[in-house]
Design a protein around this ligand. Sequence first.
Ligand code: R5P
Length: 307
Amino acid sequence: MDLAIVAGRANPGLAAAVARRLRVELGTLTVEQFPDGELGVIVGVLRGADVYVIQSTGPPVHDHLAELALLADAVRRSGAARITGVIPYLAYARQDRREQEGQGIGARIIADFIGALFDRVVTVDLHTSAVEGFFGCPVEQLSAVPLLAAHIGSSVAEHVVVAPDLGAVKRAERYARALGLGTAVVRKRRLSGREVEATAVDGDVRDRPVVVVDDMISTGATIEAAVRVLRGAGALQATVVATHGLLVPPADERLAALGLTAIVVTDTVPPPSTRGALTVVSVADLLADAVGRLHRDEPLAELVRQA
Ligand code: R5P
């Protein structure tokens, strides 16, 4: 089976970088938007190919999801032998349980939707690893944590690694192990989609620099609340590291007001124009390595998320 890569329009820079590393030409794609907003997708002939469809599902989430579905269908009808969805950022993964009666579970319905399109899915740092089990098809969860930990490396010696909420504790422990640092946890309560409240810090951060680690920064509410409560507890300078830098408004203003030493994210969603303390670490090598191994039916080994 020949290897083929087709990419949607969500993150063209990342898709091109993955294709370059694999020395494969990106497959042709024509997308037409009809006057009523519907999309029409045409791909080249892919008969008998092992096809990797790269499309992140960051904002605008539903446009990118619709394009992903149309793309997968076009690839299948074009004769592909095997289709893998490479979805560096998977939207809706945060909705992994019901918090009140009457609520739906977004992650479950998106898993059904995406699982029906592909033979296999590759993604990076799911909000929670349990979401893998929502899918009916195999899911390979890659992790950008080793990459990000290596990037911040010596710049965070003497820091305390902080989980900005209880859900981030395992992730913080993985960073802490990689960096040889201790951990602390912020107690957070979400008030709405844009507002959270941090009430206390478990762990000693007094007179210590901190590195706050999370899976994603969306509106910046979690980071803002965490950094403020950490400062209240006596922490010194703060660095923030997250895999998915969605940075939707008002994240810019919130983060800028915090006077952070550094903000480090990856390019699972297109990096925003360079601003202040923001650094973007590319996951192109990670994805290319994973696609190459999957194509050759080799184990993913250290590329896959560890507990
Ligand atoms: C929540 O559990 C997630 O891990 C993130 O902390 C959160 O979704 C980030 O969103 P925001 O930046 O809007 O607080």
